[in-house]
Design a protein around this ligand. Structure first.
Ligand code: TMP
Length: 214
């Protein structure tokens, strides 16, 4: 369907910790592969060797004194590199990009979570991304305490996962608000359902989205 003359589509995957993003991203890429749609799976923060080094700084539990403004600047630095090295070249070549988190996460974590002003984030979004925005965003939603419990079972908590419940409640609320504000782009999926139900919803949404692109 996509040849090198057609720009690829950009899909971002969002949600608080413990919503099962990784499993669902594998499902999404398999789904696209089955349709013969070339795709690249990547993540933020990270996605390139330089951006992965920035990710290490952001996630290191020992970096307790990292202030919200430094956090925001690091996230957008990593994003600039990621767009330059991976996202833009892939989209230009006709490949679809499936990105584990993108700028909705910045509004949710640095905006709602840390309390940085939305217009500051908006300004940086325009500066760093130019016209690049996801075409489709799947937001996986779960109650913050359930998500955190799942995440803590999985691995030692990183710097974000050490935040209190109130932080994740604000992050989740922001995701819900954005899903409401951008209903064409953002699709909300109830991640508390069993995996079969979740994947069924993903499949339906992707089928609709792919059909809308042809
Ligand atoms: P991950 O757990 O999905 O790999 O993401 C690592 C953390 O990065 C997660 O706690 C959310 C955080 N994050 C932000 O705070 N702002 C952002 O813009 C992005 C992309 C991630």
């Amino acid at each position: 369907m996509n040849d090198s003359e057609t720009r690829g589509c950009f899909i971002s995957i969002e949600g608080i910790e413990g919503v099962g993003k990784s499993t669902n991203i594998r499902f999404i890429c398999d789904f696209l592969n089955d349709l013969g749609i070339k795709n690249v799976s990547t993540r933020e923060p990270g996605g390139t060797p330089i951006s992965e080094q920035i990710r290490d700084v952001l996630l290191a539990a020992g970096n307790k004194s990292l202030c919200p403004m430094t956090e925001l600047l690091l996230i957008f630095s990593g994003r600039a590199q990621h767009i330059h090295e991976i996202i833009e070249p892939a989209l230009t070549s006709g490949s679809w990009v499936v990105c584990d988190r993108f700028t909705d996460a910045t509004y949710a974590y640095q905006g709602a979570g840390r309390g940085l002003p939305t217009d500051l984030i908006e300004g940086m979004e325009n500066l760093v991304q130019g016209l690049i925005r996801p075409d489709l965003t799947l937001i996986f939603d779960i109650q913050a305490d359930l998500g955190l419990k799942r995440a803590h079972r999985r691995s030692k908590p990183d710097r974000f996962e050490r935040e209190e419940l109130g932080f994740f409640n604000r992050v989740r609320e922001c995701y819900l608000t954005r899903a409401n504000a951008f209903p064409d782009r953002c699709k909300l999926i109830d991640a508390s359902q069993n995996i079969g139900e979740v994947q069924n919803e993903i499949k339906n949404l992707l089928e609709q989205f792919v059909a809308s692109q042809t």
